[in-house]
Design a binder for this molecule. Sequence first.
Ligand code: G16
Length: 475
Amino acid sequence: MSKIKFGTSGWRGIIAEDFTFENVRIVTQAIADYLKDTKESEKGVVVGYDSRFLGERFAREAVSILLGNGIKSYLTKGPTPTPVISLEILRRKAGGAINFTASHNPPEYNGLKFSSSWGGPALPQATREVEILANKMLEKGTAYCRVPLEEAIDNGLCEEIESHEFYMQALEEKIDMSSIRKAGLKIAADLLYGAGIGYLDKAFESAGCEIKVLHNRYDPWFGGKAPDPSEKNLAELAQVVKSGGYNLGLAVDGDADRFGVIDADGRYIEPNYIIALLLDYLVRVKGLRGGAARSIATTHLIDAVAEKHNINVYETPVGFKYIGELIKEDKIIIGGEESAGLSIKGHVPEKDGILACLLVAEMVAVEGKTIGGLLEDLYKSVGRFVSARENIEIDVSAMGNLSVKMKEPPTLFAGFAVNNMRTAEDGGIKIFLAGGSWLLMRGSGTEPLVRLYGEARSKENLERIMKAGRDFITG
Ligand code: G16
């Protein structure tokens, strides 16, 4: 039996291989023990799930364990987006949440995201303790407490909760719905068979938009693809946008915490550019003040926009939990990651794909321009940045070899002088090159692969850097 391991966001495993009912019971018992130790258990726990295979069954099993430990559960009715679960923690003043989702991973995965009482993903100190407790149980034999769910419902220890209306109200406080309405935008949305169904589509309907919706029925097989709003997976949406004359194509992932954007001409816009554009919009047009946050893997275009507006940039390791903390502390206007996650000041300290899509629509409505047009304007004031990310299918343990291979910074990389080299908290290596380019190589904490990220001031230089990075990883 392999060990329980929490990665960048929760514990993920292949269903029936590692992600079994027995392991779910063990991990839930470990979380219950951790919550009892930290005195958060008295506040109750929100339990949710997305549209993955057996999600509701796993959630009900977790509720039975929590109840066996005398912990009250707030169980969501139906598949529920991760940001909605975050908002429910804050609304119920709960001790945390257990959310069954493997997010953007392929359909054979399920996962468990554990969130803290402040609404954000649990920090490494908490997940390490849960891991230790769970692995002890795995080694020594299980000792969980469990009561049948029906009994708990009868005792009032499990409350089924309806979140839709409350979340929609929270969105309406953050988004200028009337500008979206006035602009009469035509939107195409791809819900990728996930938990965003009934949320993203309904929000645009209530804003009075003409909306065409793709893949808006639950399918645990996600149409045979990972529910990841990547360029490849949004090819159908891009085609619909282009041929149907839509202003925007918008998408969310399986648990609706990531976003995907297609411009009016059918072009996929990398999340990096969206985060930088939104930062500029929130400061320049909405007059928000505060810092901005990005992960180590995210575009430095954000730094250039921040410099233009004279605001601070916080750089975090990969993982929205670190950005969530900055939102909680009210230090930033917006925080985002290249992996398509963002949230804003005053909203949940968790990434929210639905909010991101609505904000993009608001920006397009208010500015009266396409995303491509807005990006060209931004480049005129801060210069051009081009970035890329590739997934290289090598076992993550190969990262060990990478740090062995590159102990010392080379003098030249891809023909550019190396200015600096840093080892990231998760073992990744970031190399800063002359002329403002950089590259980062790191093992994913959600999938068995190595990620390569690069950024330059021209497409040609970016291609050179990416090729050198690829050769280095695979060589
Ligand atoms: C998770 C985390 C994100 C992280 C992403 C990629 O996203 O919540 O903060 O950026 O994984 O992580 P990695 O590169 O380690 O695979 P999600 O949407 O899968 O929960």
